[in-house]
Write a protein that binds this ligand. Structure first.
Ligand SMILES: N[C@@H](CCC(=O)N[C@@H](CS)C(=O)NCC(=O)O)C(=O)O
Length: 238
């Protein structure tokens, strides 16, 4: 079924791949609801121009000419605007629990992951975006260069792998974080792995991390394989 009125503004790298973890969760959310969309690829430095300064970050979703940002607002909007499609959040409690999952993942994992992949993102960005990315990200880490910020990054991988233990425990009980079927917790988490897989020059996960490997394979296969992309880099050590 086509829904030509939806446009998703995405952040892309030099190879054209969509990189943002927040965009990826909306890609999955749209697929979950069976909604097609037109993709509008933007580089880092295109974003302010594309929205006349109204939005500084993507995802931005356009529906019937109305634009909105913030991935959580977009996800909630999709359930309101398309109530006849499969719900992303079956109840307010599910919405609240998925937000809790996102808060946990963001506070425990997103910054350490940035610490490992900050320079890889720079190197994978479009050449015309690299100076902007470096300047803004080095400001964010108090003027430390991306090279210094990521130095010795391999030594930080064991702690990150350990921090993923709650996911493995849940996935030993159920095929998806959401239980028998994927829910927004899966999309939030898959989004982060897509971010890493877009840029990683060092694999995040150990070769024998079978539980996460199996879940990722299931996640990539969802909705006819929307997550499959030959440009993805290895997430697992050989
Ligand atoms: N809270 C926002 C975060 C979105 C966000 O951080 N987007 C990043 C990409 S991961 C972005 O657009 N960055 C552009 C820039 O830094 O100029 C959401 O959930 O949508």
């Amino acid at each position: 079924m086509t829904t030509p009125t939806l446009k998703l503004y995405e952040l892309v790298l030099a190879n054209g791949r969509s990189v943002s973890p927040y965009v990826w969760r909306i890609r999955y959310a749209l697929a979950h609801k069976g909604l097609n969309f037109e993709s509008v690829p933007l580089g880092f430095t295109d974003i302010p121009r594309a929205f006349g300064g109204e939005f500084k970050l993507v995802p931005v979703l356009e529906h019937d000419g109305k634009r909105m940002n913030e991935s959580w607002d977009i996800a909630a909007y999709l359930d309101r605007a398309f109530p006849d499609r499969p719900a992303l959040f079956a109840t307010p409690a599910e919405f609240a629990m998925a937000r809790l999952h996102d808060e946990w993942f963001a506070s425990v994992l997103m910054r350490p992951l940035f610490g490992v992949y900050a320079l890889d993102i720079h190197d994978a960005a479009r050449p015309e975006d690299r100076d902007y990315y470096r300047r803004t990200r080095e400001q964010r880490v108090k003027g430390v260069t991306l090279e210094a910020y990521t130095a010795g990054r391999e030594t930080r991988l064991p702690a990150i792998r350990l921090a993923l233990a709650p996911l493995r425990q849940q996935l030993a009980r159920h095929p998806f974080l959401g239980g028998e079927r994927p829910n927004y917790c899966d999309y939030v988490t898959l989004g982060a792995f897509h971010w890493v897989a877009s840029v990683a020059t060092v694999p995040l996960l150990a070769a024998d991390d079978q539980v996460l490997r199996d879940w990722l394979e299931r996640g990539l296969d969802l909705f006819g394989g929307v997550g499959r992309d030959p440009r993805m880099r290895a997430l697992f050590e050989p």
